[in-house]
Design a protein around this ligand. Structure first.
Ligand SMILES: CC(C)(COP(=O)(O)OP(=O)(O)OC[C@H]1O[C@@H](n2cnc3c(N)ncnc32)[C@H](O)[C@@H]1OP(=O)(O)O)[C@@H](O)C(=O)NCCC(=O)NCCS
Length: 187
């Protein structure tokens, strides 16, 4: 993994800081049901609002950052973002979306999350990552198992205007430090 200011490079992906040129696609994906899948509610983002948010720094600051996920072959396939848990400066929540259905089940979701987590733990002084997922979102739960997350509790959480029956998973700094996926797959 290499981190150059605004990009995290992995073996197959580049997680790039969200830029003005990405907003049209981000807005399109935020409306499309197939881009969100069955277990993520469309955010229905408005491009004018997004432009304002990007310019004001609301999408990239000390507490929150949003990346586009690109294949190294230069195709954008999704987005990933994190934000600080309220009142816990070294805990973050991550949300990921591989928006192109044809690119799911190729390991990209796991890879994007893995290297964002490595970056956060190794460079940003983060000590805990939390992920909320719908109770029926088996692909994401499979990713989280591969990434060493532990299920904490069943929760109801707000996803746009829907209350979902979900699960809260966490990864601690201690588990990160000893889990093989982060120690021995360092490409
Ligand atoms: C969840 C998501 C990020 C996973 O990304 P991905 O690139 O497809 O994930 P990966 O290919 O790395 O891993 C998916 C795993 O789920 C497994 N899987 C997929 N569908 C499955 C199913 N119906 N039943 C059981 N396992 C399934 C795959 O086999 C794979 O596991 P494996 O590596 O052990 O074989 C992606 O599906 C997505 O963006 N979905 C829409 C948005 C979303 O739900 N985001 C998460 C919100 S919490």
């Amino acid at each position: 993994m290499t981190f150059y200011g605004n990009c995290i490079f992995t073996s197959r992906l580049c997680l790039k800081k969200l830029a003005v040129n990405d907003l049209e696609l981000l807005a399109e994906w935020s409306h499309a049901l197939e881009a969100n899948g069955l277990y993520l509610s469309p955010e229905n983002l408005d491009i004018g609002h997004l432009t304002h948010q990007l310019k004001s720094g609301a999408l990239w600051n000390d507490k929150e950052k949003r990346f586009m996920v690109w294949l190294k072959t230069n195709t954008p396939i999704g987005s990933i973002r994190y934000w600080t848990v309220s009142g816990q400066f070294n805990s973050v929540i991550i949300s990921v979306k591989i928006a192109r259905e044809s690119e799911r089940n190729k390991g990209y979701g796991t890879e994007a999350q893995k290297f964002l987590i490595k970056h956060l733990m190794e460079n940003e002084n983060i000590r805990q990552v939390q992920m909320y997922t719908d109770i029926n979102n088996i692909p994401q739960q499979r990713c989280l198992a591969k990434l060493g997350f532990e299920m904490q509790e069943a929760v109801q959480y707000q996803d746009q205007n829907i209350m979902r029956n979900g699960l809260l998973f966490t990864l601690s700094g201690q588990t990160f430090a000893r889990h093989p996926i982060y120690r021995y797959h360092n490409e």
